[in-house]
Design a binder for this molecule. Structure first.
Ligand code: SAM
Length: 496
């Protein structure tokens, strides 16, 4: 099929199932941005060159499914002529793909993320050329010789949602190895690598498995055994048997396996890339909503990023084990972290009050008012919210937190876009990766809605790359409302 015909499969001609709600603004946007929509397969992993794929090993150091590929970042840096000495920004750094690819090309980057997992990842990865291979070998040997003292009875902390996630021996080993490395004389680099390898071992050493939206529990865990006992008592059937892995990994050997894997990469990369360029990664563990407004203006040459999607995905649940291990170890701290995420779960509370206070404190009330006005006056956003409210009144949203989430999501993003506009130099591109979504039969064209908000703020929409692979329709929505095109897109805007 011709590309021209193929693209029809990615264009939405009905945003509201059964024409229940107003859709003229969404149709207008669909028509308006049609000319900049391009179906592409330029961003698949296969197009990664051999040399790059060797370096790619480093990108995979943190087990992090939400990351985009190094190839994507490389492609855009090349396309937009970003070179050594330029400054790139990633406000939602995740595993650090943008930062690392920039570092490999001698480009400086400024990066933010709220999760300490990102901090561990970037600390370990950016040290790649500084590791002392002999020290790591000694670390592996010495850790391999450790045994848990018989009387050792401390265990790794839990919160309610992670309680008893590990077999008893692993609970102790996790705490023991944490204390062991902290008390040791190894260099900061070696310690950061050990931390990353421990983080990567947690799932394998537990009764849990990351299952997209939630954490799955193995039927051998105390939690499921107890739940089954109560079910049987009430005359119910126990949950079906579920084993994610034959054997639950033991902490010492799993960390050792991770360390050995990392050592191979370190040796390869250090021997192949003597000329690994030196550029700066300026990273801060904090919300981009509160960091970007403090950044100097007209400083950034390109933004390459991917925010959380508007899909109810809760990073604090998926990464609960890792977060608890890294010190988010009380219900209160976890709740706070969940609320700091860009509004992407049905539990997200509006952030406008906090943002208003913050902008006032930094003497930028006018800027706050301007952004607020852009949010309130965007016709596509208003139509989406009205449509969701109507669906909710008809009882078609299975959780009314969805409306709050969607409102919060686009409100938070508008604050981000406004600050991106301010910190970018004239001519800078913003590359934003995101997915479209549908709730209660209403399609939310996240790509075009964001583009329209960005345009309201002064950006020039340049391109919307749409990937061949579409986002799957949820089975519930499909059964009720039929199939619809949900694009996975990369939107490109330019500051004039
Ligand atoms: C889709 S992931 C980014 C993946 C990244 N591009 C990579 O290659 O690994 C989105 C990230 O945004 C982070 N995040 C969510 N809310 C944030 C906020 N308010 N400020 C900064 N980062 C945030 C999440 O912790 C998550 O790591």
């Amino acid at each position: 099929m011709e590309e021209r015909d193929l693209i029809q499969n990615y264009i939405v001609d009905n945003f509201s199932a059964d024409n229940v709600c107003e859709q003229k603004e969404r149709l207008k946007a669909e028509n308006k941005y049609r000319d900049i929509l391009e179906l592409t397969d330029k961003f698949n992993r296969q197009s990664v060159s051999f040399q790059l794929s060797k370096k790619d090993a480093l990108h995979g150091w943190l087990k992090y499914k939400e990351g985009f590929s190094a190839n994507l970042v490389n492609t855009f840096l090349k396309d937009y002529g970003i070179v050594a000495g330029n400054n790139v920004l990633d406000p939602f750094m995740g595993s650090g793909t943008t930062a690392l690819v920039c570092q490999m090309n001698g480009i400086n980057s400024v990066d933010y993320d709220i999760m300490p997992i990102s901090t561990v990842a970037i600390e370990a990865k950016q040290n790649i050329m500084r590791y002392d291979v002999n020290e790591i070998k000694t670390l592996i040997k010495n850790f391999g010789m450790q045994f848990l003292p018989e009387q050792y009875n401390k265990r790794t902390p839990y919160i309610r949602i992670t309680d008893t996630a590990y077999p008893e021996n692993n609970e102790k080993w996790l705490q023991f190895s944490k204390e062991w490395i902290e008390k040791s004389d190894y260099s900061d680099e070696a310690k950061s690598l050990f931390k990353l390898c421990t983080i990567n071992s947690l799932e394998e050493c537990s009764y849990t498995s990351k299952k997209g939206q939630y954490l799955g529990w193995d039927s051998r865990s105390k939690k499921v055994i107890e739940a089954n006992r109560q079910r049987v008592e009430k005359g119910k059937k126990p949950f079906p048997k579920c084993h994610f892995r034959e054997d639950i990994g033991d902490v010492k050997n799993t960390i050792l396996k991770e360390l050995k894997k990392a050592l191979v990469d370190i040796e390869n990369i250090q021997s192949d890339y003597h000329d690994y360029p030196r550029s700066s990664i300026t990273y801060k563990e904090n919300s981009a909503l509160f960091e970007l407004p403090k950044m100097q203006g007209n400083y950034i040459d390109c933004v390459i990023t991917s925010p959380p999607y508007c899909n109810r995905y809760d990073y604090t649940r998926t990464y609960a084990l890792e977060l608890v291990f890294l010190g988010v170890d009380t219900e209160e701290k976890m709740k706070q972290m969940r609320q700091s995420l860009l509004s992407c779960t049905v539990e997200s509370k509006p952030k406008k009050e906090v943002l208003m206070t913050f902008y006032r404190e930094i003497g930028e009330t006018n800027r706050y008012n301007y952004i607020e006005k852009v949010i309130n006056e965007n016709p596509v956003l208003n139509e989406v919210i009205d449509a969701l409210e109507k669906r909710n009144n008809m009882g078609e949203l299975n959780n009314n937190g969805v409306i709050r989430m969607v409102k919060g999501y686009f409100s938070d993003l508008t604050f981000i876009f406004a600050e991106l506009f301010r910190v970018c130099k004239s001519g800078a591109r913003v590359v934003f990766v995101n997915d479209n979504v549908r709730y209660g039969g209403e399609v939310i064209p996240v790509d075009y809605l964001c583009t329209s908000l960005a345009e309201d703020l002064g950006f020039i929409p340049e391109k919307v790359y749409c990937l061949h692979q579409q986002k799957g329709n949820s089975s519930q929505q499909m059964a009720k409302y039929g199939r619809v095109a949900l694009r996975k897109s990369i939107t490109i805007w330019r500051k004039p």
